[in-house]
Design a protein around this ligand. Sequence first.
Ligand SMILES: Nc1ncnc2c1ncn2[C@@H]1O[C@H](COP(=O)(O)OP(=O)(O)OP(=O)(O)O)[C@@H](O)[C@H]1O
Length: 274
Amino acid sequence: MRLDRIAVRYGRREPWVLRDVSLELDQGQLVRAAGGNGGGKSTLLRLVAGACEPDRGAVRERPARRAYVPERFPAALPFTAHDYLCHLGRVHGLHGAEPARRATAMLERLGAAAFAGTPLAELSKGTCQKVAVAQALVGDPELLVLDEAWTGLDQDARATLDAAVAERVEQGCTVLFVDHDPTRLAGLPALHWQVGDGSVTTDGSGPGSPNVVITVTGRPGGAKGLAELVGVSTVGEPSPDTVRLTADARHSDEVLRALLAEPVVHIARVEAGR
Ligand SMILES: Nc1ncnc2c1ncn2[C@@H]1O[C@H](COP(=O)(O)OP(=O)(O)OP(=O)(O)O)[C@@H](O)[C@H]1O
């Protein structure tokens, strides 16, 4: 999916929270969004999840099957935990006995089976957060957006959510998340979006994301146009006739193919990056 020159603000006289932001999210990509308080992370996640629309620009090719754990889960809904998850399962396109089966399984996996028949409004904060997570995992989303979804979970449930995210990414689900713990999901390759001052910069060097550094010589255009290649985070010209770029390892083959498609370019070196 793509964010195409989007802009968002909360009122005509208010400052732009996001301004002219263009981003791509590949299928199966894990992305961590980070930035200071009030920088616009939750706004960006709402926009990606489809929970709000931009004032300008467009979100294109957003997957139809998507799930979202918002920063604040609306706990006052008139359902028991199990009924709510069954309902969400049907919303996610599950049929027959499947919503109930998965609702039970998700509550068990998150250590909340004992609260299946409890009305949402009577749940503790932590159990309510487990239901918030379960509703996002009960279906088979192609896009999963997690806004501080680990906050309030006990250690076992946090580990369950870590594992569930790894499974979903492995299955090709795109996952965008914010979490205050900088080591969250650090073992998985992730892109890093830095959100603040109205813009989003992407450097691909988030915790745990392997990069490759590619050095090329002889390119007639120098570094021109290379920053636009998917997966490329930095491009520099350390000396005349030499261009060095950093690419997310997931995209390194495409980047190399694009470079080799240019007849006079010489790939001088490919090495593991930070
Ligand atoms: N519903 C809203 N109405 C008015 N202003 C809002 C609303 N939601 C967010 N804002 C404002 O938009 C800006 C960005 O908020 P947002 O919640 O997206 O940032 P954030 O990076 O997620 O912050 P935090 O890390 O504190 O959760 C802030 O100035 C915030 O006050």
